[in-house]
Write a protein that binds this ligand. Sequence first.
Ligand code: PLP
Length: 399
Amino acid sequence: MSNAQDIIKKTEELLVATYNAQPVVMDHGDGVYAWDTDGKKYLDFAAGIAVASLGHNHPKLMETISTQAARMMTCQASYATQEKLKAAELLIDHSCFDLVYFSNSGTESVEACLKCARKWAYDEKGEDCNEIISFRSSFHGRTYGSASVTEKRHAQPFFGPYIPNVHFATFNDIDSVKELVSDKTAAIIIEPVQGEGGLTPADVAFLKALRALCDEENICLIFDEVQAGFGRLGTLHAYEAFGVEPDLAAWAKGMGSGFPVGAMAAKTKFGKAIVVGTHGTTYGGNPLACAVAACVMEEMLRDGFMENVNKVSKILFDGLAKIQRESNKITEIRGKGLMIGVDTAFEIKDVLRNLQANGLMATQAGKSTLRLTPPLILNEEQAEEALQIIDKTLKNMSE
Ligand SMILES: Cc1ncc(COP(=O)(O)O)c(C=O)c1O
């Protein structure tokens, strides 16, 4: 048995079985590339599922982490630190929000949004106002609140009971939302681009109608930007790509480029519902995580960063459309920015296995969609390299 196979087997024996094991062992990364323990090089179009926004081994981020780790990694959450202030100022100065709450992951950011919205509704509209509207094919995380507003819960009855009074509307269908709205509706939560559901962007008109509905009915509008945020759509925040401001937003993934950090961002009216003693976290807002978040923000705010995202996104979308025209192997291309979904004529497991063998790592979304979420620092040549691998891989596959 090779060393890699040995590592995989022993790891599987020791870990709770949350994922199907990959056939190779990851070793290290640099920029948009990753290497396995056998020395094979991959273009990393998974990026930890839209996490490694600055790629691997980013020099400024590495320096920030080592300097801050030596200075101070943690202190009690009630202390202010220069790092926390800097990260909060950067987040607020470059968004439509007034307040921020730091967390450690996407699901925790979503939990904070749900609790904040429900507390606001309780105070403002009464204790019966606790209903939440979410969407079919949504994904918001795996802790109980997040799982309760994730449609997949219907396929996981063994975790029930979920939190009550959650209703599911149809994505991009405003009438289906209106049918569910009542004076008990506290919040509507939506991904501006559904990630796990299959890379489906919301229509601008739909999000605008949702905003208008929430204003009319005094409902809190939450955007889950965990996957679509932090540059992934070619704008710093996902809501900017649609021109619609939510009341609360959940952030994580690309915000730390691999370091676990997340946040809930809030307009004052909603964020002030959380008062001392109602919510909190041990690790959230620690100096190391905040130094990382500030560093990532500063890199994304550099001249040309978002232009690059938009440029390579166009290369990828155009190149995929060309592959689709020239063969009958691609059936649909969806997404926005560097959050790209490709439906093919083949089993997704086979597509991913063959891409991996040809040197490109990617992930699955929905039942059968190939998800491409490369680091945002991808350059033109690397985008062309990825297209060549995808073209070659699909050409060599037969139905
Ligand atoms: C839109 C969205 N929300 C929430 C989450 C949960 O994030 P985490 O896995 O960091 O808890 C994810 C993770 O994929 C996500 O895509």
